[in-house]
Write a protein that binds this ligand. Structure first.
Ligand SMILES: Cc1ncc(COP(=O)(O)O)c(C=O)c1O
Length: 375
């Protein structure tokens, strides 16, 4: 649990570290952390490998039990075992939600800036993408409900929600979710809520409330996507799940998977169960570490007049307004100084960059030192 320990990732085919291979650029882009997973997860994987036989595997009953208990304890959510649909990744879930709702040519609405697969999933599924911009207010990023309402037409069947939101870092409050539900209800929309970042709330006073729990009467119109992969840093193991209370919607979702979406791999199941059963010391320490990294970055930004950013309430991703550097394409200037970030254009908002601070503090400090000329 020493998050300061340097673990060499070069040579492991890490997507994050491969991108700038051979260049003196610190990779602070794709959303995985440079930390080892919790000891209990690694021990469970070793035990599973010691068994030696890695055949086809169903979702273990003990994993389902672990997820149900975790959701009850941490989200105050009673999930029925039948509601779970296991997926080898969360992004397939976004695409399946598009296919399982409405029909070809229908519209899917989402709010930008947003995690790029939200912007690709509708067209990949024969649907039309409709975007509305989140508002940047003095109090932080917010929904513009009037703009959202005007963007919805009779052809809109689905809303893709990111809760908490990547990249703006908002953990939506119950009132904000209730307003979205009200609107979705009036227009007959299904809402697919991507909650992959929900266990990484950085503000001690915040609790995660799944969209499906805000209004029990609306639960049948929700598809919730969750995974242990961000929280316990397991994205290379591909284990996620959808929670779909309505049997008809669940059937359509499963039908869209048929023959195309493989089952979760054996080690993914093993790691997920160990993660959901872990007693929590590792995660508590991780959140303290990430909060300190976030605060370090915010203090640095406070002295950088050409850069702006609200402190993220959740996860290890900071969304930075770099229009003061270049209103269209600031990323190359960060890369030229030796720091690799995500490009705001991919999220639907040019002039911004996203910085992943899920790394050793010394690496973050080195990154900020390199960026001094932009201050
Ligand atoms: C909001 C969001 N959804 C989904 C994913 C990725 O999910 P997966 O790797 O399971 O497809 C990410 C990864 O960064 C994410 O930020």
């Amino acid at each position: 649990m020493d998050f300061d320990r340097a673990i060499e990732r070069i040579g492991t085919s890490s997507t994050k570290w491969n991108k700038y291979r051979g260049q003196d650029v610190l990779p602070m882009w794709i959303a995985d952390m440079d930390f080892a997973s919790p000891p209990a997860v690694l021990a469970a994987l070793c035990r599973r490998l010691d068994h030696g036989v890695l055949g086809y595997t169903d979702a273990p009953d003990s994993l389902i039990d672990a997820v149900l208990r975790y959701a009850a304890k941490h989200y105050r959510w009673t999930i029925e075992p039948d509601w779970l649909v296991w997926l080898p990744g969360l992004v397939p879930g976004l695409n399946l939600a598009c296919r399982a709702t409405g029909r070809e040519g229908d519209a899917v609405v989402t709010a930008t800036p947003v995690y790029p697969p939200f912007l690709r999933a509708p067209a990949q599924s024969g649907r039309e993408l409709v975007t509305v911009a989140l508002k940047e207010t003095p109090a932080g990023w917010q929904w513009d409900l009037d703009v959202l309402e005007r963007a919805i037409t009779a052809r809109t069947r689905l809303m893709l929600l990111c809760h908490p939101h990547n990249p703006v870092g908002r953990a939506w409050r119950i009132e904000e979710l209730a307003a979205l539900i009200d609107l979705a209800d009036r227009h007959g929309l299904i809402v697919c809520s991507d909650e992959i970042h929900c266990d990484l709330l950085l503000e001690p006073a915040l609790l995660h409330t799944p969209l499906a729990c805000v209004d029990p009467a609306f639960a049948d119109r929700t598809i919730t996507l969750m995974a242990p992969s961000k929280t316990w840093n397991l994205p290379g193991l591909g284990c996620s799940f959808a929670v779909i209370p309505d049997p008809l919607l669940r059937r359509r979702f499963r039908q869209s998977m048929a023959g195309l979406v493989p089952p979760v791999n054996t080690l993914g199941f093993t790691a997920a169960e160990a993660a959901y059963r872990d007693e929590g010391t590792w995660l508590t320490a991780l959140i303290v570490y990430l909060r300190t990294n976030r605060d370090l970055l915010q203090d640095w930004l406070a002295g950088a007049p050409r850069l702006k950013g609200f402190a993220p309430e959740a996860t290890y991703l900071a969304w930075i307004d770099a229009r003061g550097i270049d209103p269209e394409n600031p990323l190359p200037q960060f890369e030229a100084l030796g720091v690799g970030l995500s490009d705001g254009r991919d999220f639907g908002l040019p002039g911004y960059v996203r910085l992943n601070f899920g790394c050793r503090r010394a690496l973050l400090e080195e990154g900020l030192r390199r960026l001094e000329p932009l201050r």
